[in-house]
Write a protein that binds this ligand. Sequence first.
Ligand SMILES: [Zn+2]
Ligand SMILES: [Zn+2]
Length: 186
Amino acid sequence: MKPRPAHTVLIAPMGNFEADLIDHIRREISRIFGFAVETQSFLSGLTFAFDPERNQYHSTAILERLDNEAPGHVAKILAVTEVDLFIPILTYVYGEAQLGGRACIISTHRLREGLSPINTESKFLERLTKEAVHELGHTFKLRHCTDHACIMHYCRSITDVDHKSDQLCRYCRILLDDEIKRMDKR
Ligand SMILES: [Zn+2]
Ligand SMILES: [Zn+2]
């Protein structure tokens, strides 16, 4: 029998993030997915994904590299970066994930947009953790949800991110639980 991957998510900070920020993401991942969370930095340089014409980083290329290089025992990998990410059909993305795969990434680059000095940090962390859960949700095969309050709702703008809740809707919750059960049977 093949050993099944443990219920572990690896957070891979790429850059110098405050411990508090990573801790926030860690808590939200445990709350929503019920998985253990480890933190380990790897992939020191991202130059392989840099597009000089756009002055941005191609997130799909980073995801492939993450999937190849992450330790075998982790079920999912979430990278956190400060660089501006893109996929060719869009101007920018807040993050990207391998649907039903292992790797996802989020960027802090555009998440401070429009914040007032009073609520900057808490609001920024709220946005960041929503995006983290959203992208991880995709690795568990969750697709975009039509429910505007659901964390799996697709956000075109930062206003949409602020508008959605930090919860999965009932439907997505069931899909996630089913997928986790399936992972256990494999
Ligand atoms: Zn999405
Ligand atoms: Zn939903």
